[in-house]
Design a protein around this ligand. Structure first.
Ligand code: DX5
Ligand code: ZN
Length: 217
């Protein structure tokens, strides 16, 4: 099956965001991935609510917002108002993950839970049926352009098994270092959404690169 593609604007030209969003609008991508970093949960600061609002003013694809921030529950309704269709929080940042997931769904957004590379999939056992998206980090979060961690395939396999066993409808999203070198194997293993930052935006023809990723299945 063909994956859903979410280009990450973290790798876009921030001085020309409207043009970059229009490029994504006219491509075969399915979502626009927006990375929010607070300099606390991850060692980098990316963008905040006004930038998400600005992206949303031009976006024709749903915003897939990835919160790499501490206490994300404080900002969920703000991100919804800014235009988020999906809100993904980190398991490692949420002591009351069940409540946080419920709040995201009550806001009318799809609820995602992200796992850092070291966090075992088994930690999702008791929440997987509530979750719309599980985002597996295939690099350590904080920066674009890092190399893909090979152990991700094993995690996709375990997650797929958990989803099937529990009858969950969760989609499996992979984020970090995605390229033509790993996309097919990821999709064959069970990934359903691929995020791609540098691989798309550093390529000569980003729309063509999105098309290639999309048609890999
Ligand atoms: C990393 C972010 C990713 C990043 C991916 O912390 O969550 O979404 O933009 O960028 P690439 O595809 O360049 O690894
Ligand atoms: Zn991300």
């Amino acid at each position: 099956m063909n994956p859903l593609i979410a280009p990450s604007v973290l790798a876009a030209d921030f001085a020309n965001l409207q043009r970059e969003v229009e490029m994504i609008n006219e491509s075969e991508s399915d979502f626009i991935h927006v990375d929010i970093m607070d300099g606390v949960f991850v060692p980098n600061i990316s963008m905040g609510l006004p930038v998400v609002e600005a992206i949303n003013r031009h976006a024709k694809k749903p915003l897939d917002v990835h919160l790499m921030i501490v206490t994300p529950e404080r900002y969920l309704s703000d991100f919804k108002k800014a235009g988020a269709a999906h809100i993904t929080v980190h398991l490692e940042a949420c002591p009351h993950l069940h409540r946080t997931v419920q709040t995201i769904k009550d806001l009318g957004c799809r609820a995602g839970v992200a796992l850092n590379p070291h966090s075992p999939v088994s930690q999702l056992e008791d929440i997987i049926r509530e979750v719309d998206i599980v985002l597996l980090m295939s690099v350590n979060p904080g920066f674009g352009g890092q190399s893909f961690i090979e152990n991700t395939y094993a995690k996709v396999q375990k997650l797929k098994k958990l989803i099937v066993e529990t009858g969950s409808h969760a989609k499996i999203e992979i984020d970090g270092g995605v390229s033509m070198e790993n996309a097919k194997k990821l999709v064959d293993t069970g990934a359903t959404i691929l995020v791609a930052g540098n691989f798309v935006f550093s390529s000569k023809n980003p729309q063509e690169t999105i098309k290639k990723l999309k048609n890999i299945g």
